[in-house]
Design a protein around this ligand. Structure first.
Ligand code: 5AD
Ligand code: SF4
Length: 476
């Protein structure tokens, strides 16, 4: 799930807002976890918007509270439980309030959620959001409601997401759902079901509509975007004839179609999988200026032995070959990773392999985690979670310290250069500065002058902090 890599930790638990009209029923929607969850919440808001709901930022105003949950690690679930606890006393003041849980934790726990957390009235998995109005009706009729059916077809292709809490410049487009990879540590295949790709026509249409509305950057989302393949409605990848496969749209071709919407629309995507990332994708990125030169390519571990028991489908050498291909075809490309420390049987030697591969890969950025055993996964069934917690944590801190050093070096190397920046919003630190990103996804801050969100500015970087570039716009 490299999907979660898409995580923006700052957005954890953020409430989402679409203004409503007097008298409308009100929905408070809070999302946790990966970008896919945030994107799904926009589909939920759309479905419930059609049913007469407006969203609110204040849960005390809400008739319905939904939490879109994450199950990737134990602590993600704990955060959701804590939040539900906070809603408990409020519900005792407002007995008609409906509280629902959506997403991965809902799918994992199913009906058990109702027993474990008495405050919960509705449990809905990621493929059942079309059923939400009906489920709310059921609760109003005095029953609890559950729909956790996973689908092999659902992509919500026809639903126009309601852009929640948007800056009006950047947006997510979900291009596929589910994951067929079965990495041994990962719960996602159980919570999001089988992989399915969305019709490219509907993806390009969504990108065009966003561009016409003034958006200037779209991020194409999928658990493993490199395995995107569209051969026509209902045609499953596994059973394609050679001819059907030859005519199918792959990820490189989809990228190209979206890049052609407008040279002023930036394209990002996440997450890439080292076993599936092709040179064709890299050449397409190199060919189009508006496809951002940034790849999130999670390695998970630098040890081939660990990668094997993680069931990742590649080894250290293969991964290094993919990094070399990126450096050869797109020399300026930013690269980030996900790393897990303390997976089952991980020895000091394996950990050293991770550190050395990080140094070699020179990541700009990494998301780093201590291994957390998840029920039902292959690792939970077949291996022992045998690395003591303090060792997991010590290795994690070593990995974090190394990444910090690598990030600083990368950031410093950008000083003195001119970067094309898409303006997103006001800098959090100063109302006289804009915040945007360069193509490599590094944050750049510079004085506002005449620029506005959605503009491109060429910024000469004069100094930096560990992760932010600071400079001023230059004349073209
Ligand atoms: N424990 C720790 N980290 C995990 N991830 C996925 N499953 C687990 C787990 N059980 C990490 C992986 C993945 C990212 C989204 O979360 O690094 O790429
Ligand atoms: Fe990513 Fe592997 Fe989990 Fe799929 S199974 S979501 S590829 S970590």
């Amino acid at each position: 799930m490299e999907l979660e890599k898409v995580i923006d930790e700052n957005r954890q638990g953020e409430a989402l807002l679409v203004p409503g009209q007097e008298g409308q029923r009100k929905l408070f929607l809070e999302s946790y976890g990966c970008q896919m969850n945030f994107s799904d919440s926009e589909i939920v808001a759309s479905i419930l918007g059609q049913d007469g709901f407006a969203t609110t930022k204040d849960y005390r105003e809400a008739d319905v509270i939904f939490i879109n949950t994450c199950a990737i690690r134990e602590n993600a679930e704990q955060r959701v439980r804590n939040r539900l606890n906070e809603f408990k006393s409020w519900k005792s003041h407002k007995p008609d309030l409906i509280v629902g849980v959506l997403g991965c934790m809902a799918e994992r726990l199913k009906e058990k959620f109702l027993e474990e957390e008495k405050i919960v009235d509705i449990v809905v998995g990621p493929d059942a959001y079309r059923d939400l109005p009906q489920l709310i009706g059921k609760v109003q009729g005095g029953h609890k409601a559950v729909n956790v059916i996973l689908s092999k077809e659902e992509t919500y292709a026809d639903i126009t997401p309601v852009r929640l809490d948007s800056n009006g410049v950047t947006a997510f487009i979900s291009i596929m759902r589910g994951c067929d990879n079965m990495c041994s540590f990962c719960v996602v295949p159980f919570t999001r079901g089988r992989e399915r790709s969305r019709d490219p026509e509907s993806i390009v249409k969504e990108a065009k509509e966003l561009f016409d509305l003034g958006y200037r950057e779209v991020t194409l989302l999928g658990q493993n975007v490199d395995s995107y393949l569209w051969a026509g409605g209902g045609l499953k990848k596994e059973i394609l004839t050679e001819e059907q496969r030859a005519h199918a749209v792959n990820f490189a071709q989809l990228l190209e179609r979206v890049a052609l919407v407008s040279p002023d629309l930036r394209i990002r995507f996440s997450t890439s999988h080292p076993k599936d990332m092709t040179d064709e994708v890299l050449h397409t990125m190199a060919k189009y200026n508006n496809i951002c030169k940034y790849i999130h390519l999670p390695v998970q571990s630098g040890s081939s032995r660990m990668l094997d028991i993680m069931n990742r489908g590649y080894d250290r050498e293969w991964y290094m070959d993919r990094i070399r291909a990126i450096r050869r075809i797109i020399p300026e490309c930013g690269i980030s990773s996900d790393i897990i420390t303390g997976f089952c049987t991980e020895a000091e030697e394996d950990h050293q392999d991770t550190l050395s591969l990080m140094e070699w890969s020179e990541y700009d950025f990494s998301y780093m985690f201590a291994y957390s055993e998840r029920p039902k996964t292959q690792a939970a069934r077949k291996f022992t979670d045998d690395v003591p917690e303090e060792i997991k944590k010590r290795r994690l801190s070593e990995v974090i310290a190394l990444q910090q050093k690598l990030s600083e070096k990368k950031t410093k190397a950008q000083v003195g250069k001119v970067h094309r920046v898409l303006v997103e919003h006001e800098s959090k630190k100063s109302d006289e500065m804009w915040m945007g990103r360069n193509t490599q996804n590094t944050v750049v801050v510079f004085p506002k002058e005449h620029f506005k969100p959605g503009d491109y500015a060429d910024v000469l970087v004069e100094r930096c902090t560990a992760t932010t570039l600071i400079g001023k716009a230059v004349k073209n």
